[in-house]
Design a protein around this ligand. Structure first.
Ligand code: DLL
Length: 437
């Protein structure tokens, strides 16, 4: 089923024309109402009227996360607070959070886009959908909640944590769709096993997973553990929260809600615009936001855009699964690696559990990387020799795939911290604060 065929299957030329009209409105709106944008546009010598076609967006300056922090809390709003009916915030690990505001119409758009996104994933009014994101300032839970209600699913606002209760709800309520981060969903499977319940025996048939990067290998693990279809969806607080894009059942990338967002891909080094099919950083301009529009927001997320029509019948541009962020690339003694690459290698080794942590530090002037993993409980004999063999196996595999000399530390089963939200995969002790933002 397609939730809103008028927009999701719109003729490409018509969609581009709609985007252009809305983009002009957005540029005018921010230029007239937000001193930050007026100053930025003026100092780059551009005016909203310089935009004649969509491609002209590349003349306009980028917005970055620090600009949101500098304008904390309300400096980028284009409406008086009286007309702002909801706030959400996203906290990094350091400093002030960034705050986003929604008008009544923004909330209506959000519900519509999440309704589209969950329908893309296969949710219907027959589903019982358990929301295991934390309710609060984070956009994940409230975002999914109202969109799921709109399609008529029975929503279970379980929130995050309390994992045994989550499993009890899943069993007793007959949950068919689970909403959360992929890492938490994987942990829940582990908790079910501890409770003596085979996760695959539960009625769950669909995972709506997002909010953090996860590999195809992790998808395979999740689908196997739960006996379900695991789908990906992407968004960020700055532009809305969940809703901007999500996968349909064809694993063909995530469909973008292009009537509300203009997605570009740029070279993260030079800022130059890249073409469809080229990998780079995703940059997003909101096209209909009333309370807090954003122009050319640099997400730091790495992906690729595909323009061709999907077999599901939707005509919207799709984005590949996000493989990482420009700021999470690790440079280990000159070798570039993304945590997602390490994840793919680890998930392909059967004897270790799908939980890991990467620690990076310096010894003298030399960087080193340590990968912490656990053997699957069935393989854990406690024998030193067995552990050594397994460590060596992981080390070799990492080296052969990534040319990366990593130390491997095998920890006791279930000793790595399990997160109920976004997993903290990397601890970079070389950078201030230790943990990546
Ligand atoms: O994570 C919004 C969201 C909630 C999306 C629920 C999907 C589901 P933030 O907390 O602001 O917002 O984090 C946004 O998370 O820039 C990406 O780096 C990462 N991210 C979000 N979804 C995905 C995904 C929400 N599907 C940041 N794959 C983004 C990879 C993702 N990374």
């Amino acid at each position: 089923m397609i939730w809103n065929p008028r927009y999701e299957c719109m003729d490409r030329e018509e969609m581009r024309a709609l985007q252009l009209t809305r983009l002009k409105e957005t540029l005018n709106r921010v230029y007239q109402r937000v001193p930050f944008y007026r100053d930025r546009f003026d100092s780059c010598g551009v005016k909203p009227s310089d935009l004649e076609k969509l491609e002209d967006i590349s003349k306009f300056p980028f917005t970055v996360k620090n600009h949101l922090r500098d304008n904390y809390p309300y400096g980028l709003f284009t409406l008086p607070l009286k007309q702002v009916v909801r706030l959400h915030a996203s906290s990094g690990t350091t400093g002030k959070p960034i705050v986003v505001g929604y008008s009544r119409k923004d909330l209506e758009t959000w519900v519509e886009l999440v309704a589209r996104m969950v329908t893309l994933a296969g949710v219907t009014s027959e589903d019982i959908a358990q929301v295991s994101f934390g309710y609060g300032l984070f956009t994940g839970a409230f975002g999914l909640h109202y969109g799921l209600e709109r399609v008529g699913a029975t929503v279970v606002p379980a929130s995050s944590g309390n994992s045994e209760k989550q499993i009890m709800f899943m069993k007793d309520f007959g949950t068919t769709a689970l909403v959360g981060t992929p890492s938490y969903c994987l942990h829940l499977a582990e908790v079910a096993v501890e409770m003596g319940i085979d996760p695959a025996s539960l009625p769950l048939r669909l995972g709506l997973l997002g909010s953090e990067a996860w590999s195809e290998k992790m998808r395979t693990q999740l689908e196997k553990a739960w006996g379900m279809k695991a789908t990906d969806n992407y968004g960020l607080s700055e532009v809305m929260g969940p809703g901007p894009s999500g996968e349909c059942g064809h694993n063909n990338g995530m469909h973008i809600a292009e009537d509300h967002f203009l997605f570009e891909v740029i070279d993260p080094e030079t800022g130059a615009s890249l073409d469809y099919g080229q990998e780079g950083e995703i940059v997003i301009t909101t096209l209909t936001k009333e309370a807090m529009p954003l122009v050319r927001y640099r997400t730091r997320d790495i992906s690729v855009l595909y323009p061709d029509r999907c077999v599901c019948g939707r005509t919207t541009t799709r984005m590949r699964k996000v493989t990482g962020r420009t700021d999470d690339m690790l440079i280990i003694s000159g070798v570039n690696v993304f945590p997602s690459q390490i994840e793919s290698v680890l998930m392909s080794i059967e004897d270790i559990a799908p939980h890991y942590q990467i620690v990076v530090d310096k010894k003298g002037f030399l960087d080193y990387i340590e990968v912490h993993v656990e053997p699957v409980p069935e393989r854990f004999t406690g024998q030193f020799r067995d552990l050594q063999v397994l460590e060596e196996k992981v080390r070799r595999k990492l080296y052969s795939v990534l040319s990366l000399s990593a130390r491997v530390r095998l920890l006791e089963p279930k000793s790595l911290e399990r997160s109920t939200g976004k997993a903290k995969r990397v601890i970079d002790k070389r950078s201030k604060g230790g943990v990546q933002d």
